[in-house]
Design a protein around this ligand. Sequence first.
Ligand SMILES: [Fe+2]
Length: 260
Amino acid sequence: MEKPVATANIRQAAPPETGAGQAQIYAGQFSRLYQRERSLRKQLENDYGLLRRNYVNTVKALIAAREAKDPFTEGHSQNVLRFSLAIAREMGIEDNYIDYLEIAAILHDIGKIGVPGEILNKPGKLNYIEYALVKTHVNLGAKIIEQAGLPKEIQLMVAQHHELYDGSGYPQGLRGEQIIQGARVLTVADIFEALTSNRPYRPALPFNQAAEELQKRSGSKFDPKVVGVFLKIIGNPGIAARTRPADPNLQKVHVDYVRL
Ligand SMILES: [Fe+2]
């Protein structure tokens, strides 16, 4: 036979209050839980932010160390990063995507570690094989990003940073919006930075001439929307101040969109 339940036990098991009193207790508990959740979330966000900053700074330091060995590319990635972020913010691109762009901008030429220095620094024109070797840096870079387990978006931005809007770029000859937005931003930033830098095969172009190059090719080689935004902000000290004076020892001027 089933044991009768004692009335005192039922009272103990039941909530101590009912109605408005009970609602108040629940509200208090929810409020405490909510505050706790908020403070944990804030802590997590702070920790994540710190972790991400440390990681970005480490990557920047590694790239800066590599570029410092070469006077022609010293500071290149840092400037490409600055220009890319300025364009992306002006375009109103969302923060998460800008976070990807930040890493892609720093790492866009990481694949050049696989290209012999004599080719990268050759003063004259490259032959067919040398060009082919330079071009391998985009796929190698994308592979390094993939192996590092970084998000697909970053991998694609690096893989496509030499694609051109009219399909004349490499490695795939993608055109227009087949090229992801981050790569279209990166290309304009990269090209302007490279044009205003000395290269073994030509001196830096003056600021205005480099801006004209972009304007002339807006809508053909480059995304017109990106160029439009960049030309709007190009006079900002963060951009203009980072262009370099031409090295008078470098004579030959030819713009080479492969060797950037
Ligand atoms: Fe590149």
